[in-house]
Design a protein around this ligand. Sequence first.
Ligand code: SF4
Length: 460
Amino acid sequence: MNQLNRLTRLSPEAFASNFAENVPGLTRKAAMEESNRCLYCYDAPCIKACPTSINIPSFIKRIATDNLKGSATAIMEANPVGASCARVCPTEELCEGACVLNDESEPIKIGLLQRYATDWAMESGQTLFKAGPSNGRKVAVIGGGPAGLSAARELAREGFAVVIFEAKSMAGGLDTYGIVSFRLPQPVSLWEVRQVEKLGVEIRTGVRVGVDISAAQLAEQYDAIVLAAGMSSVPSLGIDGEELEGVYDAIEYVEGTKTDVPPFAIQGAQVAVIGAGNTAIDAATCSVRLGASNVKMIYRRTKEEMTAYDFEYEFAKQEGVEFSWLTAPKRMIGDSFGRVTHLECVRMELSDVTGKDGRRTPTVVEGSEFLYPVDAVILAIGQKRHLGLIELLGLEHNQGVVLIDEATRRTSNPQIYAAGDIVFGAGQGEAMVVSAAEQGKQTAYAISRFFAEKQNTAAI
Ligand code: SF4
């Protein structure tokens, strides 16, 4: 029996069950009790630790007083993707990590309270914001992920007519497609998209800039452009065998699971995931839940250098994922059907030389090659930049990181602003959804300021 026949798909029922949200939300009683534990600190450190500066004590107080609409509004006001962030933010490194109660007992469960309030808004069909009076200006936003949605919502509230150009068939970006459903169910992200649409923002999906609409058309038809296209696919490793069947791009792999139908025949498979970032963890835990018999993460450095968060690492371990540290892939070997069967690896050691990112450089241990039997290999070694799009727009960049002026958020083309992963520098780990949301907001305010000043100058 060949590998193709040996591996099976999960049943739709098992798939639905395995990919259902794995952390239960708070009950009303638990939310009340938890919110009443908050000290409502003056100058609260939790607010300072939130990249979008959500007024955390204020939203918690509103939960305690049963004002859930007020609570959800306070959250979403500061963070247009606050329902997604309630689930995916590394809260122990942000707000909960800064909570004063860490020294006394346990930090307030800020993430779960945020989810409680935003879930209520979602389930009760609330519309939390409305568009501002028209100022007669039009803005095009390239990319409908967290940064683009956030910019679009704030621009609409400031009175701009906004059109989002989204290459995929749905907006939401990483929140809709790139985070495993058992952490972030797709309906949560799509609710946030609808909240933005309700402000009159038009979202044109399936439209690629440079293919379906030219950069020149955008420049001609809009007063300003916000580039928030995020990042692209996983780069090639440049080793033999990457073309074999059973070798996946981690982004596409996770995206494949954001559906109702079991996407891959992984049941019973031995899976190797190459990389140790957030997406690598998602690909590994997805594989476990798709029924893989063994999932190994292959990383050329050690746990100390991995870019995934501690809570992700702990979760992966709980799910049964194994870690092969100081190991690098050398080539993939296939069978006569063209399907991957083995991953040849080599042992690594950390040298005393430190790279630009401050991490010790791994070097190969000569003669240490060995084979892992595999049915699937998932590449998760970061993401490529949208070089083609950036160059089409003629923007200055540093290896695909668009250069902007921090104060004005303008690129080298004064009509084009940029936010989110596309301006996030390489070598700093992966950008957070919450940071992208904040950048989107700040970009909208920068555009609004620019046109207000222009109008004031014209009036003098
Ligand atoms: Fe409440 Fe903790 Fe924030 Fe203080 S630091 S306001 S206790 S969540």
